[in-house]
Design a protein around this ligand. Sequence first.
Ligand code: XMP
Length: 180
Amino acid sequence: MKQDIARVLIDEKVIEKRLDVMAAQIEREFPEGTLLAIILLKGALVFAADLLRRVERPLEIECLNVSSYHGGTESSGKVDFLDRSFPEVKGRHVLLLDDILDTGRTLHAVAERLREEGAEAVHTCVLLSKDRPRVEEVEADYTGFQIGDEFVVGYGLDYMGRYRNLPHVAVLTPEAIARG
Ligand code: XMP
């Protein structure tokens, strides 16, 4: 796996420090009551597990399986909800967690759906935000890091299903991308 990495963009220790700050901010700002965290699978799994363990508040966790990339390095332009059921969100303040904000389609589509399902408010939280024009007008309430417009892997993010277990955020070599 190591030979596939062109460069480490965000080191493990830097991520840890940033999560401490984000968790403290969420604790401080989130309205009273039990927080409902909704994790978008699979990309936000690692990020959410590390972040939510730092949040010292009563908290419930739900997961949603959505897909917009279908394996490659370009968004398909369509957000699919892959679960048969949808979590009960009526009247709840939801903390929606995703790995990365790119075109904005995913966060926009899921936040819309949560509102349609009766969520009182949707607070969005991403590890990474790509510096690029959004297709949908959406910004996250909590952002870990702003990055350039390049394809990244690691810390939950994949390429063709792999590299999610890297402890850092990294850029792949052109060879690794071509190999698939
Ligand atoms: P949108 O375009 O909907 O993108 O804002 C959000 C989803 O697209 C995936 N994504 C990436 N996955 N490296 C990845 O491994 C990337 O650089 C990347 N950019 C977007 C991701 O699943 C995210 O939830």
